[in-house]
Ligand binder design. Sequence first.
Ligand code: OAD
Length: 254
Amino acid sequence: MAAKAIDDCMVAVADRLRRAQHVCCLIGAGISAESGIPTFRGPDGFWAGRSAFDLATPEAFARDPETVWRFCLWRRSQLVTKRPNAGHHALVAIERLVPQFTLVTQNVDGLHRAAGSANILELHGNLMVDRCTACALETQAATDGGFETIPICPECRAMMRPGVVWFGEMLSLDAIQKADAAARSCQAMLVVGTSSVVHPAAGLAEMARLHGAFTVEINPEETPLSRIMNMCIRMPAGEALPAIVEAMNSSDRG
Ligand code: OAD
């Protein structure tokens, strides 16, 4: 896209966000790609050459908890060195510029919180949380090593499990109800860095569109939801989101 067309596009999105009472953002793994965390699908994704059914289902955990934990502990060891990027920081800026903001993320990496986002719904849980398989106690995982040992509950000594949602599991009812309400009530939704193939998250963008929100997809690639979006920005999140913030700040001054 030519520079002038990109500028016009950012100004148009900024204008919509500025006029919205409530902005909702639906986020996927693509935003963290620029922090060095692989996405899930595609040739370099987490699921390339791996079976999600052997690593991320309740059945796999019941059958072979060690393999499931080993995968999770490896992901944790990768995650602790990663930092939020310009895309995460831009979302923090947008949250501060609009009256109401809901960030619905499918990511389990905790980078939105690290960047400073406040109103976050973690639909798929958090990789750095342990939950007891017996008493449901939740604890924060250690970030300074210990990536070899399966955690044991400090209260009841049962095996912990990772605090993420596996395939075939229910999402937290509270989180999905709040996300659904945000999708229905927002006037603008940014759909960032998600392949939009995993439900119920993907359905939130359709819900927002159905309820009249202006929907914008930020993703270098086309997705199954591209055709229902009001606008698609084919750029990396770390470039597009800061440009939108800049346009919002300029319109503020102008
Ligand atoms: P995917 O790996 O399915 O999709 C990542 C998307 O990010 C793709 O559409 C890419 O084109 C896009 N992308 C890559 N780099 C980008 C960048 N720099 N800026 C913007 N977009 C970029 O990841 P998700 O859609 O998040 O679930 O996957 C959804 C769920 O499936 C995950 O939460 C996980 C996974 O299996 C569970 O673990 C339950």
